[in-house]
Write a protein that binds this ligand. Sequence first.
Ligand code: NAD
Ligand code: IPM
Ligand code: MN
Length: 357
Amino acid sequence: MDTYRIGVVAGDGIGPEVIREAMKVLNTAAELDGSFRFEFTEYPWGCEYYLRTGEMMPQDGIETLSQYDAILLGAVGDPSVPDHISLRDLLLRIRHDFDQYINLRPVKLLHGAPCPLKDVSPEDINMTFIRENSEGEYSGSGAWLYPNSPQEVVIQNGVFSRKGTERVIRYAYELAKKEGKTLTSISKGNALNYSMVFWDQIFAEVGKDYPEVKTYSLLVDAASMFMVKNPKRFEIVVASNLFGDILTDLGAAISGGMGLAAGANLNPERKYPSMFEPIHGSAPDIKGKGIANPFAAIWSAAQMLDFFGHEDWGARVVDAIETMLVNRTSLTPDQGGSASTSECGDALCALLREQSK
Ligand code: NAD
Ligand code: IPM
Ligand code: MN
């Protein structure tokens, strides 16, 4: 029996509410399969922890997490702590220190999920975003000079290394080749004359190794427009850290909402643990109400099953979400239902059990 040891950082707001359901689903899949099991260890890190201790996680937090096979994370952020402290010291720190340079975010409209676009069917929205996740606009490099003076200047640098840019673009080409799909690169070379000209150049260079992959290169403003007007043209998409962040919220909006948007932060070499988390935040507006949609966290857990080589179970979990959306059973209020977070998670586990009879 394989045991997967998972470090759990449920975090703030609705994080703990949705992560509880993701763990339920992982345990159910393991129990039904019988050949593997999960061992979860929870860490109470986040904004409450910060208010008590002055740190988002202990000094040796990264070392502690490094012993796990994967990390399951809920959400980080609370109005009581400045976002640039809470997010940089916990979520972004984990992504960076574990070199989780691939942020893999499916943007797929499931049958039964709401879509605000006209004349669009599930077949029209089926993309995989590969977001650079270790540097770029998120490098944290910069300066704040002469604060509170008339000469005040702030500098926020985008850092694009050859290694960092090549590896994410190569990953995207490999995926496009494996899946026989087109690859779209998103950039902004017309205005960002260093970083994005470099990005485009590397996209073309790496592409020489993949003559079979059909490619497109779009400016980020035009790409935003096409995601709304013609989402079908996107299959595999590769983008920098910030562009990928923004476009995947747009992707969530056209494929069922934040409650359905999943993500995986991968260290493909498996030198460090990868981390699975929904792309939504801590949703302080609905925190503690028990109405958060757990599907995004559950879909992220399905990505974890894929990552451990249990693609059959990953697919079964996503299929179960789709079945619930189609049958409109036990959905949370954001999907037009009246179920609580835990009723929704319980119903999904019941469906998995029923389907494996
Ligand atoms: P958010 O994603 O938390 O919320 C945006 C809107 O979507 C809210 O109306 C919220 O109620 C709704 N929503 C989000 N997830 C939902 C779910 N599962 N079910 C139903 N409705 C859901 O974004 P925000 O309000 O911009 O950010 C809130 C906090 O979360 C901030 O501190 C922000 O920095 C942080 N944040 C953290 C992460 C993360 O930890 N990965 C991601 C994004 C934002
Ligand atoms: C996301 C979030 C984070 C990001 C924030 C909270 C730092 O928006 O995971 O999409 O920008 O990466
Ligand atoms: Mn985001």
